[in-house]
Design a protein around this ligand. Structure first.
Ligand code: ADP
Ligand code: MG
Length: 248
């Protein structure tokens, strides 16, 4: 049994706020808050706007840091210099922020702020996606990060809600599945972590079913699976154009 459409209050508020601002997609920080409400781990983070805000924000975060540009005009942040990883300290964060500000200005990108976050434990990158299809309802997609999804199109799909067995099959259906099991000297990605993440997105009461009337597409690219955890380090949630209750 699943409780569809319970929309935790803060999730509803984040979506309503994005709609009020006329956005097509949620900003990354808002998207990650939503992911975490459905049980996915995301890096600890702070949203900052100026260099003066760096030091206070760093107090609660562990290095190395990642800094990302939050811009409504940017989809692929790293292609526009909008992601800097491995920043050891506040001085490095400040330099990265200045560089990003310059890049954004030269590309005429709006700046909503900067997402300063912790580095996820290293591991295999995987991708979980979802679309809400007009005839099938929510569909969930799974693949491995980088070339596996983008070039080899080695992905698996299921109609939601998925069961734990579906989630396991989605993993083993991939041609690249041996990479996840530790082929070629790579560390094995714990299957239980992958299954939990797939269920959080596509399972009963998962994000896709619960937000099917609000969200058109979800792209979590990537999640990083280490020996002990799976962390969603990017989140793109595209809003449905006409929610069932838009006049509420
Ligand atoms: P893009 O908009 O370019 O997809 P991402 O947020 O996915 O930007 O970041 C680009 C890459 O940087 C990711 O694919 C991942 O390899 C790395 N990365 C981003 N955030 C983190 C993080 N918090 N911890 C570790 N690696 C990260
Ligand atoms: Mg990404």
């Amino acid at each position: 049994m699943h409780t569809a459409n319970f929309h935790p209050p803060d999730v509803r508020r984040l979506i309503a706020e994005a709609r009020r601002q006329g956005r097509r997609a949620l900003a990354e920080d808002a998207g990650k808050q939503i992911l975490s409400r459905y049980g996915l781990a995301v890096p600890r983070s702070a949203v900052i706007g100026t260099v003066e805000e760096i030091e206070p924000a760093l107090g609660s975060l562990n290095p190395p840091f990642v800094l990302k540009l939050i811009s409504p005009d940017l989809v692929h942040k790293s292609e526009a210099g909008g992601v800097r990883t491995n920043l050891p300290d506040g001085a490095a964060v400040r330099d990265a922020m200045k560089g990003m500000r310059g890049q954004a200005a030269s590309r005429r990108l709006g700046i909503d702020g900067y997402l300063l976050e912790e580095t996820a434990p290293s591991g295999q990158e995987v991708v979980i996606g979802g679309v809400v299809d007009a005839s099938f309802g929510p569909l969930i997609m799974f693949g491995l990060g980088g070339i596996f999804v983008e070039i080899l199109q080695d992905v698996s799909y299921r109609i939601c809600p998925i069961t734990v067995l579906d989630a396991k099959e989605m993993i083993h259906d991939l041609r690249a599945a041996p990479v996840l099991s530790g082929a070629r000297g790579r560390a094995a990605a714990p299957e239980a972590c992958l299954v939990d993440a797939l269920m959080a997105v596509g399972g009963p009461g998962g994000l896709l079913l619960d937000l099917a009337d609000e969200i058109a597409e979800v792209d979590i690219n990537p999640l990083i699976v280490s020996s002990s955890a799976i962390v969603a380090v990017d989140a793109r949630l595209i809003l449905a154009e006409r929610p069932a209750h838009e006049n509420r």
